[in-house]
Design a protein around this ligand. Structure first.
Ligand code: GLC
Ligand code: CA
Length: 550
């Protein structure tokens, strides 16, 4: 039987670092790799054991580093390749795995492959990208750019106009457009080998895996993603044969495809942003915390935005619908349990931060959920202290509205919040100086802070295998509160989360005749057993974990 994942992944909790904004070690205003190395002990203290690093490679930075000009070279502003190797080594000493970001689908127009491909004379890179045959030819319905090269043709892009799509071929090439090459054309198979070799390059040097950017997009005109899934399965075979301890993490946002395609994890990206492809295929009303009921809208008032008609489940108002979420989640979970893990992130560099409209206690409930669910959780830097969006910033390096969630980590209360010694106007992005902006030092000094609660939850997850990636899940109640079981072997735990700020009481069936509920973390919730049922009650915005003992 195939092994679902390397053992370390089952215990992994990831921390996503956007390198420009984490910690600046040399005072130039931009975060860097030595800065991350300097903060590794912080990650140990917090209790995470894996890092996803956004792209740190040579780039034109028109899309925050997702426009790569050399896959094998660290961007000078972040340091050198040696710094990255040092990060691998220092992280390893602390039992932390470092996963990189593999932008498989496109490069920067400054990449040497693209420059060669854009040449008018035919050469070995001509077919590395998707070009039609004449600058005047119709585009075949694809997003094509013309007028930027001497080559007589237009090239396809995946995202911004400086991100030409690498050519992995077309599952169903249109005979009217002979430049649409089939997936087994020798030229496009060469691109596939390049992808594998770029992965081998960093895996050989100590990376523990990759988050794979826009993973479902590689093969064009591929309805049902059949050909794209076969491509990734081939890469998984390479991992199993050559790098069995390394992991593949998809930005696919549809586990039933991604995990069957060989990924070890796939993100549940239910970010609720209208127009964004989510786990729920643009059904943001199923979102638990960002999203928004169908009637929600943003209202702009000067530089501030307010969301109106916002009813996500984790709001203190208690007007959301967890059942709706679980219907889809459990369907995906049941269909993929034997294949891999669903990753629930607190946020990422593309979404608004989770903290909008929430108190620390509201956020603690969100963390209690994410850190007790199956799969592999991801914490976006700064979410552990409830860092806030800074709306209204001018777009930085292609961030647009995403810029608001990419501001520097708030380490302490000093000038620049401890991020950098550069003058404030030189910082990559401004730090949050608004009253009430959280900082780590303050929260570490306050025992009831969000940071301490996150740390406590992480410790509990690390010590209880039932709560980890492959522990069983059984939903008992998807209402206010939310009640579910996690189990492994003989051990069963019940988790109760009440995000609504109101008094409550509930009764749920016991999974087996039990003698007692033994608290792991009881908070202010009363728990007991009566008439063969578990009874819980308490005030609002609470969570707790109990072991059910026979
Ligand atoms: C992914 C990245 C995003 C980037 C895009 C294009 O969605 O997360 O930041 O802009 O791909 O590479
Ligand atoms: Ca720096």
């Amino acid at each position: 039987m195939k092994k679902i994942a390397p053992d370390w992944l089952k215990k992994a909790v990831f921390y996503e670092i956007y390198p420009s904004s984490f910690f600046d070690s040399n005072g130039d205003g931009i975060g860097d790799l030595p800065g991350i190395i300097a903060k590794l002990d912080y990650l140990v203290d917090l209790g995470v054991n894996a890092v996803w690093l956004n792209p740190c490679f040579a780039s034109t930075f028109a899309d925050g580093g997702y426009d790569i000009s050399d896959f094998r070279q660290v961007a000078p502003r972040y340091g050198t390749n040696d710094d990255l190797l040092k990060l691998f080594a220092e992280a390893k000493k602390r039992d932390i795995r470092i996963c990189l970001d593999m932008v498989a689908g496109h490069t920067s127009t400054e990449h040497a492959w693209f420059k060669a491909s854009a040449r008018p004379e035919k050469n070995e890179y001509s077919n590395y990208y998707i070009w039609n045959n004449s600058w005047l030819e119709s585009t075949g319905g694809l997003q094509m750019i013309s007028g930027m090269a001497e080559r007589d043709g237009s090239f396809m892009v995946n995202y911004f106009s400086v991100q030409p799509a690498l050519n992995y071929g077309f599952a169903n090439p249109d005979p009217a457009f002979p430049w649409q090459l089939p997936v087994d054309h020798p030229d496009v198979l060469k691109v596939r080998e390049e992808l594998k070799n770029n992965m081998r390059f960093w895996l050989d040097l100590g990376a523990s895996g990759f988050r794979c950017d826009l993973a479902p997009s590689l093969i064009k005109k591929d309805p049902g993603k059949v050909a794209t899934m076969a491509l990734w399965r081939e890469i998984r075979e390479m991992f199993d044969a050559e790098y069995p301890e390394a992991v593949l993490i998809a930005e696919w946002a549809y586990a039933p495809q991604a995990l069957k395609a060989g990924f070890h994890c796939d993100f549940l990206l239910h970010c609720g942003t209208p127009g964004y492809t989510t786990l729920f295929r643009n059904e943001p009303e199923r979102d638990l915390w960002r999203g928004i009921d169908k009637s929600a809208f943003y209202e702009k008032d000067g530089n501030d935005y307010t969301v109106k008609n916002f009813h996500s489940y984790f709001d203190a108002a208690g007007l959301g619908d967890a059942e709706f979420f679980f219907k889809t989640y459990l369907d995906h979970y049941e269909r993929t349990r034997e294949d891999g893990f669903i990753s629930i992130p607190t946020g990422d560099h593309d979404m608004t931060r989770i903290s909008d409209f929430r108190s620390e206690q509201d956020l603690a409930c969100v963390f209690a959920f994410i850190l007790t669910m199956p799969g592999v959780p991801f914490i976006y830097y700064g979410d552990e202290i409830g860092m806030k969006n800074i709306p209204g910033l001018v777009s930085k390096e292609g961030g647009y509205t995403r810029t608001q969630a990419r501001t520097p980590m708030q380490w302490d209360g000093s000038e620049n919040k401890g991020f950098s010694t550069a003058p404030a106007e030189k910082l990559y992005l401004p730090v949050d100086k608004r009253p009430g902006a959280p900082d780590l030092a303050e929260q570490q000094g306050r025992p009831d802070s969000l940071w301490h609660k996150v740390q406590e939850l992480l410790k509990i997850r690390q010590t209880l295998p039932a709560l980890q990636a492959d522990g069983g899940l059984k939903l008992l109640l998807a209402d206010y509160p939310l009640v579910y079981l996690r189990s492994k072997g003989e051990e069963t735990f019940v988790i109760v989360i009440q995000p609504a700020a109101r008094e409550w009481r509930c009764e749920v069936e016991l999974p087996f005749a039990a003698a007692e509920l033994s608290p792991v973390l009881a908070g202010n919730i009363n728990a007991g057993i009566a008439d063969g049922k578990m009874c819980f009650s308490g005030g609002g915005t609470q969570y707790g974990i109990w072991q059910i003992k026979r």
